[in-house]
Design a protein around this ligand. Structure first.
Ligand code: FE
Length: 345
């Protein structure tokens, strides 16, 4: 408030002004958190309710698609009510970060609990998912598909089903390949992959798994939670599909299987920045971690948290890529250019 009382204002008005001014700090401290969320898992409701129970901070949630939420925060600018953006995929968080939407967070607790390679100065990972190779057991031998590089081998001509090369999951995989093997090798790989396509990219990861199971193609890559979801499904068609496919942890002899994340950051103009940091710290707590990760069949990032998810356990332990997630996200734009040149639409 910049209004000043003109001289001679009556005592009543002064009293009203004093009341208004005294109300301001209270309003600023109102216990709410405005959460922009691109996670659409029903289990998140209970997760957020527990935060309110523990802190008294009410959560106003705005659900939306990742790109729309980012666009909205951008348009709202300094007037944005958004405190926290929560979404999936390092590439998407990097887009928000490169637009300057986040503010740096200082939290000893987050730094202690979240492994260094799974956080940046501005945003944090709260769960991980891996991008694995899925093959049709009748058509492909697992020895043929032990690495991402194998997917570009001429022997797999006509065997690859995969979603769009513009999708963040594939861009993040491309970013990992660029970081480990360089741009030239990644482009050669993408060209080989495109040459092996059984069909033009369409649909999501689940559609590819089903196509592989049905024998429309021999191999695909998928995020682990889609597989876990189908493994836990009681539908006969899902169980039949899972019986027809095998899963490989790629690159176990080299840099490990590419992993991606669910993550969140505090927004630059957050009206409730303290509550926002508290919320991120809550997501790193033992109970929230187990809940957050398991709700979408993912792994918690906090090492001491034991999440027992039968589907993930059945897939077995694996060596994950240790590339820092902040570094990975920096090469996603480059990955898009590489995929475009290679014709991976
Ligand atoms: Fe997904």
């Amino acid at each position: 408030m910049n209004h000043r009382s003109p001289p001679g204002t009556c005592a009543l008005l002064s009293a009203v002004a004093a009341l208004l001014l005294s109300a301001l700090p209270a309003q600023a401290q109102e216990k709410v958190l405005n959460l922009y969320s691109a996670r659409h898992y029903q289990t998140d409701d209970a997760l957020y309710a527990n935060f309110t129970k523990a802190t008294g901070i009410r959560i106003n949630r705005l659900d939306g698609k990742e790109d729309e939420l980012v666009e909205r925060i951008r348009n709202e600018g300094a007037a944005s009510p958004a405190d926290v953006l929560i979404t999936v995929d390092a590439a998407r968080l990097e887009v928000a970060d490169s637009l300057g939407l986040f503010q740096p967070v200082k939290s000893k607790l987050l730094d202690e609990r979240i492994p260094a390679q799974l956080r940046t100065d501005t945003w944090y990972s709260f769960s991980t998912r891996a991008r694995v190779i899925v093959y049709n057991k009748a058509a492909i031998k697992p020895a043929q598909v032990q690495t991402y590089a194998d997917l570009a081998a001429p022997a797999l001509k006509g065997q690859i089903c995969v979603r769009s090369g513009s999708h963040p999951y594939n861009l993040s995989l491309g970013a990992a390949l660029i970081a480990h093997e360089g741009e030239a090798r990644t482009e050669a790989w993408a060209r080989g992959l495109v040459a092996n396509f059984a069909r033009s990219p369409k649909g999501g990861d689940t559609d590819q798994i089903k196509a592989v199971a049905a024998g429309e193609c021999g191999v695909t890559v998928s995020n682990t939670y889609y597989l876990a979801r189908m493994m836990r499904s009681t539908k006969a068609e899902d169980q039949q599909a899972m019986a027809a496919v095998g899963i490989v942890w790629p690159n176990q002899a080299t840099w490990g299987t590419h992993i991606n994340i669910s993550g969140a950051g505090v927004l630059k103009h957050a009206p409730h920045a303290d509550a926002a940091v508290k919320f991120l710290e809550y997501l790193a707590s033992d109970s929230a971690q187990a809940y957050f990760a398991d709700g979408n069949n993912e792994w918690p990032v906090v090492k001491t948290v034991n999440a027992s998810n039968p589907a993930l356990t059945a897939m077995g332990p694996f060596k994950a890529d240790s590339l820092p997630i902040g570094q990975l996200s920096k090469t996603t734009v480059q990955a898009q250019k590489v995929f475009d040149r290679a014709g991976w639409k």
